[in-house]
Design a protein around this ligand. Sequence first.
Ligand code: NIG
Ligand code: FE
Length: 405
Amino acid sequence: METVDIFIKNASELVTLKGHNTPRIKKQMSNLSIIYNGSIAINDGKIVETGKNLNYNAEITIDAAGKTVMPGFVDSHTHLVFGGSREFELDMKLKGFSYMDILKKGGGIFYTVDETRKASNDSLINQSKNRLDTMLLHGTTTCEAKSGYGLDTKTELKLLTVQKKLQEIHPMDIVSTFLGAHAIPKEMGSDEYIDLIIDDMLPKTKGLAQFCDVFCEKGVFTREQSRRILEAGRNYSLTPKIHADEIVDTGGAALAAEVGAISADHLLMSSDTGLKAMAKSGVIGILLPGTPFSLMMKKYSNARKMIEFGVPVALATDLNPNCWTENMQFMIQLACLNMKMTSAEAVTAATFNSACAIGSNDRIGSLESGKQADILILSCPSHTFIPYHFGVNLVDAVIKNGSII
Ligand code: NIG
Ligand code: FE
């Protein structure tokens, strides 16, 4: 009998999501390829085999009777690295101030920019490390992280450098996005700032980022400004992403299709035309239900319509000082209870489709031979318990790169 590092057996549900390596759409999102009473063998950080009646000798054997075993969550949209906090904005929100009211008063992103510019590398590393620990404890094994609280060349590069350092020192896998176009800094006009992004910042992102994102929004970057930045990012091999139609429909979804973005994120206000254009071009819709939750909005993204149109839907936290959560289980709960996604669709969105949205599905997002062993053991007998048994941490154990955390 072959000997492996870890052998997990008797899982009530082994949720593999195997057998389909492109972003899942429509009915494909409901098929989790579950093996009931499943086993999985892990060696050298990789998945060796999944199946029903497997037999392996192992250094560590885990009996997962009554438990769900599934791929680690992939959080495909976070603003992981930031200084300070904005708990005081909660009272403003309760008094009825909107996100944009607070931003226009010089709060919101601008408050965090001041705090982030002041913070040292070490302090940003320490604060972000705590967030990564919390993410891992709640089952996230890979995350995307965006710069965007610098808004000057020095601080934007500081943020990307911190993200690189975190990738080296923390077990979490981190994929980096340059989001210099997160807001227009108070000290200059929009044209001047866009020139700075294109001429000075983008050339310096080499080796530090894989994606370029823009906050395309009324009062922030217009559709045409966003297009210019994203097309310039292409010259430095940065794949476009867009914060699209979060507060007002400015045609961000359609722009994502036009520039060949890998994802368009938020999509609260997107038009049918925009969503259909995304479906046609295969742009992944990353839905961030924590944001309308934290802003106490009645409206959530129309996930049902997106799935009907054939948009591959992913889920992420949007972790940032306005929407501070590290917990992907909570996103699944919001997706099911407030966006009417089924538990299977939400699990696909939080794992495999999220991996696709950061270009990592060849390595992670499903439990298949040869893939990275990023695996969760949940203290519940089926994946449906994730939205059903809410407000607690259902993660019993996290296996990251083949090691039990
Ligand atoms: O995705 N909307 C733009 N950016 C973030 C929020 C950033 C902030 O408020 O600090 C988002 O929601
Ligand atoms: Fe965001």
